[in-house]
Design a protein around this ligand. Structure first.
Ligand code: 13P
Length: 254
């Protein structure tokens, strides 16, 4: 798969700020080796659709409802995201698992709805510090992958990218080491192999997120089997995001 950089803007910018952000980003983008996805807040998706038209950037959302339609005040459906032009959607981010009590079942429902609406899914998995300290990294990743992908057909995996995001590395300034990232990637691929096949495990896109920045991107991009990165804080500066894109384009190995 094409290398991926997914910029998760979270709840950091208003639409006016995003407009200026995209204006400053677009002319800096010269390379097409890496696909950049801007995962925008719901209220900025329409703006994103217009501003990204004619660029190679992809438009992403940060969440979707686990119901298809109906009396769900304040929720946004997969069909609505597709209709507004979103191509990808993040599912299972730790900030939603913790704060909004999203569990494996909810995440599995969201993935099925996203796929039904022809949205690509960026599924986030990763262990907490407690899991890490009690040597449960691999088993935690395996159970999160199992729960999330339950009941899917193997051919649907081509529309899923799995992001290894160790909880302790998110927003902490402490990125995982190359060895830790490679362990996470292997655990994800092994879980996919157990649930589907060796071929599926080799082919599925796996990216890393957690305090990725301009300083550590060269090292992170050297991880074996890594198809991209999911960037939070550092993507808020368009110059830093471009640096990350360029460094990743030059570094990742299979
Ligand atoms: P940071 O890059 O700010 O650690 O956030 C990572 C993340 O949660 C991306 O989804």
């Amino acid at each position: 798969m094409k290398k991926q950089v997914v910029a998760n803007l979270k709840m950091n910018m208003t639409s006016s700020e995003i407009k200026n952000y995209i204006i400053s980003l677009a002319p800096k983008y010269k390379d097409d080796k890496v696909e950049l996805t801007l995962a925008l807040p719901y209220v900025s998706l329409e703006l994103g659709r217009f501003m990204l038209d004619g660029t190679t950037f992809a438009l992403g959302a940060q969440n979707l409802s686990d119901e298809e339609r109906g009396a769900q005040t304040g929720e946004i459906s997969g069909a609505m995201l597709k209709d507004i032009g979103a191509q990808k959607v993040i599912v299972g981010h730790i900030e939603r698992r913790v704060k909004f009590k999203e569990n494996g079942k909810t995440i599995n429902k969201k993935i099925k709805i996203a796929l039904k609406n022809r949205l690509q899914v960026v599924l986030c998995v990763g262990e907490s510090l407690t899991d890490k300290n009690s040597l449960k990294t691999i088993s935690t990743i395996a159970s999160q992958v199992d729960e999330a992908l339950k009941g899917l057909y193997e051919n649907e995996l081509e529309n899923i990218i799995i992001a290894y995001e160790p909880v302790w590395a998110i927003g902490s300034g402490k990125n995982a080491t190359v060895k830790e990232i490679e362990t996470g990637i292997k655990a994800i691929r092994k879980a996919v192999e157990n649930d589907f096949s060796k071929k599926a495990a080799e082919e599925i896109g796996v990216i890393y997120g957690g305090s990725v920045n301009a300083k550590n991107i060269s090292q992170i991009s050297s991880c074996r089997g890594l198809d991209g990165v999911l960037v939070g804080e550092a993507c808020l500066d368009s110059g830093v995001l471009m640096h990350i894109m360029t460094a990743f384009a030059g570094g990742a190995k299979k």
